[in-house]
Design a protein around this ligand. Sequence first.
Ligand code: ADP
Ligand code: GLC
Length: 485
Amino acid sequence: MARHIFFATSEIYPFSKTGGLGDVMGALPLTLHKMGMPVAVITPFYGRLRTGRHKIDHVAENLHVGYPWEPVTTDVYSTNIQGMPVFFIDRAEYFDRKYYYNTPAHDYFDNAERFIFFCRASLALMRRLGTPPAIVHIHDWQSALLPAYIHYYAREDPFWANTSTVCTVHNLAFQGRFSSRLFAGCGLPAEAWNMEGVEFHGDLNMLKAGLVYANRITTVSPSYAKEILTEEQGYGLAGLLRRRAGDLVGIINGADYSIWNPSTCRFLTANYSPEDLSGKKICKEDLIVELGLLPQLINRPLLGFIGRLHDQKGIDLLNKIVPQLMQHHDLGIIVLGEGREDYELESMALARAYPGRYCAVVKYTEDLAHRIQAGCDCFLMPSRYEPCGLTQMYALKYGTPPVATAVGGLKDSIRPWPAPDATGFTCYRPAPGELYDCIMKACAVWTQNRPLWIEMMIRAMNKNFTWNDSAKKYIEIYRELGLKT
Ligand code: ADP
Ligand code: GLC
C-alpha cells in the first residue's frame, strides 16, 4: 500500500461545515486524490451524520486512544468519496451535539478535551491502519496538536520516524487557547511546555503546536502569508511566524465549480452563463419575491452579504452605513448570516426599519446562499482581514462583482475597478466611510454604464480559481518533504 497523506480536519463538506474550511476540505483532498495522490481524510463523526443520509460504515470498535487517556476509546466509521477514504472518529459524548464548536451563547466548555481527543484518536487510527503515513496535513487549531505528538512520538516509535507534517492556517485569529491545566491531560512531554513549545502567555495554545512542530506551514493566500508576519495581523504569533518564514507559504484556495456554478447550480430557478445572462435577471426577480423585497428593486442595485456575523467580516461596518444608504439611495441589501448575537439583533433591527429594502436572514442555509449569489448585482465583503475568502470567488463566478476590502485573499482574487480588466471594487481600509464610497462607485457604474458593467460581469464569470492549480503547489511541498509517488 502506498504511504498515505492523511488530512485531519474538523469539517468536511458535505458531511460538516461552518464556513470555508468545510468547503476547502470538501474539495482539496478530492482533487489530490483525482491527481493520483494517496489521500485519506480523518474527521469527527458529528451527531448529524447519524441520520442515515450518507452511507457510512462502522469499521473499528473501541480503539484505545492511549496514554494518558488509558480507558478512553473511539469507534471509527468510514465512507469514501469517489474512492477517497474518509474516516470518522466517533465518541458521542464529544461529537453528538447540536452545534460544532459553540452554541449561540458560548463555546462548548470542553472544546480542548474534544479536540485533544480527536487528535489522539486520529493517531490511534493511523497506527491501526498499519502503514506509517508519509504526510499528516492538519488544518487550524482543532487538529494542530498532531504535529507535536508526531514530533515527540517519532523519538521512541519508529512507526512515526518518517512521517512529515504540514500545518495549514485558515484563520490565525482562532488559536484554540485554553487553560494551562489542560496541558497535563494532553499527553505531550513536559518539555513541550515552554515558550518554544505549546505554551503561550501561560496558556495552552493548540494552533501554536502546529506552527512550532509542523515541518511546513501554509496559509490560504499569498497576501495573508505576508500579513500574518506583521504585529497587527499576527495575533501574538507574528514573531514565531517570522522565525519560520522560510517554511511558510501562501497557497490560494480554489473554488469548487461543480457546486458553485450558475450554469449548473441546482438551487436556482434559472441557470445562466457568460454566453447567456438572461437567467440572472430571473434569479433576481425570484429572489426579490422569495425574500419579500419591493418589486421595483428589479431596476435598482441589489447588494448581498453572506458570512459569519463576526468582526472579521465587517458586518458592523456595513450596518453602520445602512441608514445613510437607505435614506439617500434607491437600492436593496440582503444579509445572510449568523454569529454574534449583537450583530444578529442589529441586522434584524435594520430589517424592521427598512422593510422591503434591507432584508436580514439570520440563519444558515446553503441553498439561499446560492440564490443570493445569483440574484444580487453586487456582493459585499467588507472584511477586516480575510485569509482567503471563498464567497467572493463564488460571487465572481455568479457574475456578481464584489465590493470588498483589499486584504488577504480578497486582494489576491479581485482586480479592482477602474483597471481595464476589473472584476470588482476594493477599498483600502475596513472603515464605514471607505465602504460607503466604494459602494457608491459600484452603483454609479451599474446605473450609468451598463455595457461596462456587463463586460465586468463576464470577465468575473470567466475567472477560474481552480483547485488543480492549488493542489499542484501542495504536491510540491509533499514531495519536498519526501513523498514518493
Ligand atoms: P469563512 O470561512 O471565513 O467563513 P469563506 O468565504 O471562506 O469564509 O467561506 C464561507 C462559506 O460559508 C461559504 O461557502 C458561504 O457560502 C458559507 N456561509 C457562511 N455563512 C452562511 C450562512 N449563514 N448560510 C449559508 N452559507 C453560509
Ligand atoms: C477561514 C477564512 C477564510 C478562508 C477559509 C478557507 O475560515 O476565514 O478566509 O477562505 O478559512 O480556507
